[in-house]
Design a protein around this ligand. Structure first.
Ligand code: THU
Length: 137
């Protein structure tokens, strides 16, 4: 299995940028493009709560804007400000965004609470029976 410590470290750095005045739950994500570039993202909340953008989508949208379409993994870390790190599972909308760009069988989602303590799942494991671009062909 790939050593994801560096990617997790990038996710922790990204978490520092989280804008979370409403939930206080800070999330960081680090998305690894197949060319080796890492795109970091944090959650960005909004007074109109539904306008909040999750850390994972921030990372994806930065990468896509930068011209990237091929990705191999994303590390996600989270926890309340000043509290313990907890497993931060990607929400359904973020999983759907992953399904738009990533291979279901090989793209890896790393849920970490530290650089040493993490679990790795394929996208298919966390989003079975996805509605994906291939459904529209
Ligand atoms: N959040 C993320 O950014 N990613 C996740 O994986 C789960 C939830 C954010 C959204 C919101 O700002 C806060 O966590 C609480 O739901």
């Amino acid at each position: 299995m790939t050593d994801y410590r560096e990617l997790i470290r990038a996710a922790f750095a990204a978490r520092e940028k989280a804008y979370t005045p409403y939930s206080g739950f800070q999330v960081g994500a680090a998305l690894l493009a197949k060319d080796g570039t890492v795109y970091e993202g944090c959650n960005i909340e909004n007074a109109s709560y539904g306008a909040t953008n999750c850390a994972e989508r921030t990372a994806f949208f930065r990468a896509v804007f930068d011209g990237k379409r091929d990705f191999s993994a994303i590390a996600v870390v989270g926890g309340k400000t000043g509290g313990e790190y907890v497993e931060a599972w990607p929400c359904g909308i973020c999983r759907q965004v992953m399904a738009e760009f990533c291979d279901m069988d090989t793209f890896e989602v790393i849920i970490a609470v530290s650089e040493e303590d993490y679990h790795v799942y394929t996208l298919k494991e966390i989003l079975p029976h996805a509605f994906s671009p291939s459904n529209l062909i």
